[in-house]
Ligand binder design. Structure first.
Ligand SMILES: *[C@@H]1O[C@H](CO)[C@@H](O)[C@H](O)[C@H]1NC(C)=O
Ligand SMILES: *[C@@H]1O[C@H](CO)[C@@H](O)[C@H](O)[C@H]1NC(C)=O
Length: 502
């Protein structure tokens, strides 16, 4: 048995691993009560070689006189002998549908494990195969294997171009041709329809499945996505076909550009004729209800341009768009006024514009002041080295710190520093460096802060690894500023700084 397994498994995996696995499990369990061990089911594709295993379990004390393999194409049909082995004789292969393709393996056969193989299997080889032992004293015993022939279907799908209408029509179709067993087809779409699926015989004992998606197509459905999903036993995962619906419809026309204020003497106004159509419009034509296009009107493609409004424009214009499906006319009545309407819109616009302008101006002034202060602060107290300042610079740093603190703009930063520091790892400097990047000058921002941090702490605290810094820090702040250090939003810079850190 073990030897057979190792020989048959690679073949098996080649076909359909999982199914073989299932059938071997069935072999082990389902047939365990019986003496004849066979696979319950074996699957294969046309053209392949199948192995039909058979073994007589525990032959001690039993005489195995002869082995016969039989084929039962349909349950109603008589079994046909396809392979016979009588120990001491050559294997015999009687006339059968598989004659010439069936043989015992190994050859010569072993009477207690007379497996056979069938080469170049055909769809019509599907059916039951029985391995029967003539035994003494028990008589005949048999085990049966179902050979399932699979055929991988050819799947395809295509949208069907339709014309928008009121009756349900097929808008997409999906086909799974020559499969065994029959494929299953389903649809995924947001379009509102139904589908019908039918089966028909394919070539060589297979089945062809055709599914059609049916709906009442509207112009709105044009381009909608629709997916056909084909599931089949031979597919690891369902095969999907994504398509877009193709719905043709006559042009949908709109006329734009009239603002209800065409007055005599107004120059350069125009109407635009917009059309939505599938297929695209072939022609777009402007006409006038009165027949003649006024001389002051110029037609450029779908745009009707009026250089100067006069009474001749006081008419109804018609835009006529046509495509393969149909022609759509849309008309638009122009009312020409003697005098212009007061234009309220623009006045309101000016007021709003003025308000916005003032706000922007204030913002700019604020920013300029803030930048100026910052720069001044730097110029005054801050000529920082490009790298971390050495400890001897402490006095210098203190000055710097003081100036910054006095320039209350940095106060919230200090507070935030200490806060961060208290909650985070003893290396806040790196963090702060990053947060100060917005300055546009990484180096200065960074060292600025670092100095601040180092120098702000009186002696004993300038160890960056000291986690007990926060309370004294806060204290220093309060002392210097004489008020509780809430972030001072009144100062541009401080506001920006805290925002950056938070
Ligand atoms: C879908 O099919 C069912 C019956 O199969 C029918 O009652 C229903 O009206 C159909 N819906 C559409 C949108 O065609
Ligand atoms: C345009 O025609 C309307 C009537 O259709 C008329 O009331 C209006 O006075 C006309 N405008 C001019 C400028 O003639």
């Amino acid at each position: 048995m073990a030897r057979h397994d190792s020989r048959i498994w690679p073949e098996c995996t080649k076909m359909i691993g999982l199914l073989c696995l299932v059938s071997s499990i069935l072999l082990q369990h389902g047939a365990s009560g019986q003496r004849v061990k066979v696979d319950q089911e074996v699957t294969s594709y046309p053209g392949q070689t199948v192995n039909l295993r058979c073994a007589f379990a525990d032959p001690t004390g039993v005489q195995l006189s002869m082995v016969t393999w039989m084929y039962v194409p349909e349950p109603t049909q008589e079994p046909v002998n396809i392979a016979v082995f009588l120990p001491g004789n050559e294997p015999s292969y009687p006339s059968s549908p598989v004659k010439g393709r069936v043989s015992f393996v190994p050859s010569p056969p072993k009477v207690d494990s007379p497996s056979i193989q069938i080469t170049d299997v055909r769809m019509t080889d599907e059916g039951k195969y029985a391995c029967e032992f003539a035994t003494y004293p028990g008589g005949n015993v048999r085990g049966t294997t179902q050979l399932v022939m699979l055929a991988k279907p050819e799947n395809s799908a295509s949208p069907v171009t339709v014309v928008a209408g009121t009756k349900p029509v097929t808008v997409a179709s999906c086909k799974s041709a020559n499969g065994q067993p029959a494929a299953e087809i389903s649809w995924v779409t947001t379009a509102n329809g139904n589908y019908t699926t039918k089966q028909q015989p394919g070539t060589d004992n297979t089945l062809t499945v055709i599914s059609e998606y049916i709906m009442v197509p509207t112009p709105n459905d044009n381009g909608k996505e629709i997916t056909c999903v084909v599931s089949h036993r031979t597919l690891v995962k369902p095969e999907s076909f994504r398509m877009n619906l193709a719905v043709q419809f006559a042009p949908q026309v709109t006329i734009e550009g009239y603002d209800n204020n065409w007055y005599i003497g107004r120059t350069n106004v125009e109407l635009t004729c917009k059309a939505n159509a599938n297929p695209p419009p072939v022609t777009v034509q402007w006409k006038s209800m009165t027949g003649e296009i006024p001389p002051t009107v110029e037609l450029v493609e779908n745009v009707l341009k009026v250089q100067k409004v006069d009474e001749s424009v006081n008419t109804t214009f018609v835009c006529e768009v046509n495509n393969k499906i149909g022609t759509t006319k849309e008309q638009f009545g122009i009312l020409v006024r003697e005098t212009r309407l007061p234009e309220r819109g623009p006045t309101t616009g000016i007021i709003i514009g003025a308000i916005v302008g003032v706000i922007i101006l204030i913002a700019i002034i604020g920013t300029v002041i803030a930048l100026y202060r910052k720069r001044k602060a730097k110029v005054l107290g801050d000529r920082p080295p490009k790298h971390k300042p050495p400890p001897p610079k402490k006095t210098f740093n203190s000055t710097n710190s003081a100036s910054m603190l006095l320039n209350s703009s940095n106060a919230p930063v200090v507070q935030n520093d200490s806060y961060r520091y208290s909650t985070q790892t003893p290396e806040p400097v790196t963090d702060l460096d990053n947060y100060q990047d917005e300055d546009g000058d990484h180096d200065i921002g960074g060292s600025d802060n670092r100095m601040h941090y180092v120098s702000g702490a009186p002696s004993g605290w300038d160890d960056p690894g000291n986690n007990e810094v926060p309370p004294p820090y806060l204290h220093v702040d309060v002392d210097y500023q004489d008020y509780h250090p809430v972030p001072n939003i009144g100062r541009g810079e401080s506001f920006v700084s805290s925002a950056m850190i938070v």
